[in-house]
Design a protein around this ligand. Structure first.
Ligand code: ZN
Length: 342
């Protein structure tokens, strides 16, 4: 079965001096062409998320207020800083729709796996607040879309270097969505402590893995083995969704984790294996962060090679510069496993 992509480069949602700018998706597209990946993928057309789809996660008053604030653009709507242009609402609607389209492709059997290469990103946007370069919660909307189309249980893995606070907020009390976030401890948005495990009926369905600076390929190999695999086996999802942020790459300017391009290949290969084992291979990825253009582009390409079942391609960017703090990583995983009975 093919692997699909849906791209939303959103050239009108742009700010030249900002790391989350309109050059990001074209940088990926150039490598898809030069590597030969482009012709091996099924290309899906995005469509805007409808008001009914958006209000599965965001209250109507939030959607209306966000549309209204475009009248004040260009400007900033939070201190991350999250910028808006007059076209940002339409771009965000299309980005969310791109994520929904990826879910549809996987559920309808058009593709085994799909990757929504969309922006603006989504995982910091809570149901009621735009923040952290994010306007709509693309991932939460994708999960609710899957549930509306018959998936009872959805597992989300968020490997962006920042905590996926917005996705967490959408499902904190909901046992039907297992949310697992890996992130660098102590950076923006300052949430994602191990003790944040969900509330009410959702207790235990939120898993946070805050990592020390320097964690990289070895850490993520252990996370797959020690947390993601047993959590998936226990939860038995109908669909695996991934918030794919590439700002945990060692070259990324915004944070200090150390995944390599090859490390992303291995991580996505592992996630593909989990999807094949537990949910018929159904796997959809949605782009989040990633602010070093070369690291972003090569790591997305490496992820697509993994989804296609290819051998790893050569890694032109090389391995991380510093050793990983392995003892601290193991201590973190030991505590997380204890908290969650894994
Ligand atoms: Zn990020």
């Amino acid at each position: 079965m093919p692997v699909a992509i849906v791209t939303v480069p959103a050239p009108e949602h742009d700010h030249d001096d900002h790391p989350e700018n309109a050059r990001r998706v074209p940088a990926i597209e150039r490598i898809l062409h030069s590597s030969g990946l482009h012709s091996r993928l099924r290309h899906l057309a995005p469509r805007p998320a409808t008001p009914a789809e958006l209000t599965r996660v965001h209250p109507a008053r939030y959607v209306e207020a966000l549309e209204r604030v475009m009248g004040d653009a260009p400007g900033y709507i939070d201190h991350a800083p999250t910028y808006i242009t007059p076209e940002s609402f339409a771009c965000a609607q299309l980005a969310a729709g791109g994520a929904l389209r990826a879910v549809e492709a996987v559920l309808d059997g058009e593709a085994e796996a799909a990757f929504a290469l969309v922006r603006p990103p989504g995982h910091h946007a809570t149901p009621t607040q735009a923040m952290g370069f994010c306007l709509f919660s693309n991932m939460a909307l994708a999960a609710r879309h899957a549930q509306a189309r018959g998936c009872a249980k959805v597992m989300i893995v968020d490997f962006d270097v920042h905590h996926g606070n917005g996705t967490q907020a959408a499902f904190y009390a909901d046992p039907s969505v297992l949310f697992i976030s890996t992130h660098q401890h102590g950076i923006y948005p300052q949430s994602g402590e191990e003790a944040e495990t969900g509330e009410g009926a959702g207790r235990g369905a939120t898993v946070n893995i805050p990592l020390p600076a320097g964690a990289g390929d070895a850490a993520f190999h252990r996370i797959l083995e020690a947390v993601l695999a047993p959590a998936a086996a226990r939860f038995r999802p109908d669909l695996l969704l991934v918030s794919a942020g590439y700002d945990a790459h060692w070259r990324d300017p915004l944070a200090a984790l150390q995944i390599s391009t090859t490390g992303y290949y291995q991580l996505v290969s592992g996630l593909r294996a989990l999807a094949r084992e537990h949910c018929g291979g159904r796997l959809a990825l949605v782009l989040e962060g990633g602010y070093d253009p070369a690291a972003l582009a090569h790591s997305v390409a490496a992820s697509l090679h993994a989804l296609l079942g290819d051998a790893p391609a050569a890694d032109p960017l090389g391995i991380a510069p510093y050793p990983e703090p392995l003892a601290r990583i193991e201590a973190t995983l030991y505590r997380v496993r204890g908290l969650h009975g894994l």
